[in-house]
Design a binder for this molecule. Structure first.
Ligand SMILES: NC(=O)c1ccc[n+]([C@@H]2O[C@H](COP(=O)([O-])OP(=O)(O)OC[C@H]3O[C@@H](n4cnc5c(N)ncnc54)[C@H](OP(=O)(O)O)[C@@H]3O)[C@@H](O)[C@H]2O)c1
Length: 322
């Protein structure tokens, strides 16, 4: 079958590690299901895999892609939960120390077909297109858990989103504003700041800019480049939720500020199957839909990866299959 995969790894030139071509069709273990993919979306995770972060070289070649939506072997339209728990695990899948994400241990979604544990299938409502549904399992689910499970924010709270253009960041703005949060956002780019306002942000700022007042919670996926500003932005007792570090993971912790202001720094990763079901329902009931930067056939995946590596996107890149 046709697939997009990591054939090798390169820290500095991730696109050179990307291959498009034939890979073997997957076997279907007992209790797993085969899904014929109709759409899959790109995450920064796929770029990290090409750079050799989080994917040991002895697992190559590895089909990339955490996110997908398609039709299972019984003809049901499904969204795929990307977190694969270890056998016998029950409870919050994100707390299973032996969990993996699709494309880390098991082959990913940038292909004609993927096999996943049957319990990872979530029904796709007809009101969501395959392209929209394929954006939900990683970036949007991560944003959902950051905002609604981890931040402690309530409707009316002020929440700062760093790096407005990213897949997670656009989800944070759209979901947060739909839930009644007052969402503020930063971006390096003037056009992206304008688009963040269209998406529901109440105010936008340049990175590091002084805010009109301190916020209740900050949503961090940028890391080193924005961390100090995130800590400065919080009101005493506020919460910083961090799920990524695109610009680097070794910021100065500014511990004096953390303890004097009694800040909470909370890690967040992906989300549970239950949270994915609730996210799907949230999209259905509010009419909120993932913001898609570009849609292209899977054969043009290299262009999508290039957009992400350059940082030149606003929202999600989606790959389609006929
Ligand atoms: N823990 C988890 O489960 C989980 C899940 C999803 C994602 N993540 C992580 O979260 C991060 C974002 O993921 P994503 O898929 O949303 O990525 P993405 O779409 O590539 O988003 C990256 C965004 O970061 C912003 N940014 C600000 N300053 C930056 C800088 N100095 N260098 C690079 N980017 C900068 C940019 O926004 P502006 O151009 O608007 O400034 C850019 O659009 C990644 O590191 C990813 O691995 C973690």
């Amino acid at each position: 079958m046709f697939a997009v995969y990591a054939a090798r790894q390169s820290t500095d030139d991730p696109l050179s590690a990307l291959e498009l071509g034939e890979r073997p069709e997957p076997e279907v273990p007992e209790g797993w299901a085969r899904v014929r993919l109709r759409a899959a979306s790109l995450n920064h995770h796929d770029v990290w895999s090409l750079r050799g972060v989080g994917l040991p070289a002895d697992r190559l070649p590895m089909i990339l892609g955490c996110d997908g939506a398609g039709v299972d072997d019984e003809g049901n339209e499904v969204v795929i939960h990307a977190v694969v728990s270890s056998p016998g695990w029950s409870g919050d899948e994100t707390e299973d120390p032996r969990r993996s994400l699709l494309s880390e241990v098991y082959q990913g979604t940038f292909a004609d077909e993927v096999v996943v544990p049957r319990r990872n299938l979530v029904p796709k409502p007809a009101s969501l297109s395959f392209e929209e549904a394929a954006c939900l399992p990683t970036a949007w689910l991560t944003a959902y858990r950051m905002l609604f499970t981890k931040s402690g924010a309530q409707p009316g709270s002020t929440v700062l989103v760093q790096g407005a253009g990213g897949g997670v960041a656009t989800a944070l703005i759209a979901l947060g504003s739909a839930a009644g949060y007052r969402v503020w956002a930063t971006s390096r780019d003037v056009d992206k700041r304008a688009r963040a306002l269209d998406l529901g942000a109440e105010q936008v700022f340049e990175p590091g800019e002084r805010l009109p007042e301190r916020v209740d919670a900050v949503m961090e996926t940028v890391g080193k480049a924005t961390w100090a500003h995130s800590l400065r932005a919080l009101r005493p007792g506020g919460t910083l939720v961090v799920s990524g570090a695109t610009s680097g993971a070794d910021p100065s912790a500014d511990l004096n500020r953390v303890f004097f202001l009694q800040l909470s720094v909370v890690g967040s990763t992906m989300g549970t199957r239950d949270e994915l079901e609730r996210l799907v329902r949230f999209c259905e009931s509010t009419g909120v839909r993932p913001l898609i930067d570009a849609t292209m056939p899977l054969e043009q995946a290299r262009d999508g990866f290039a957009r992400m590596v350059s940082g030149d996107l606003f929202g999600k890149v989606v790959f389609t299959r006929p």
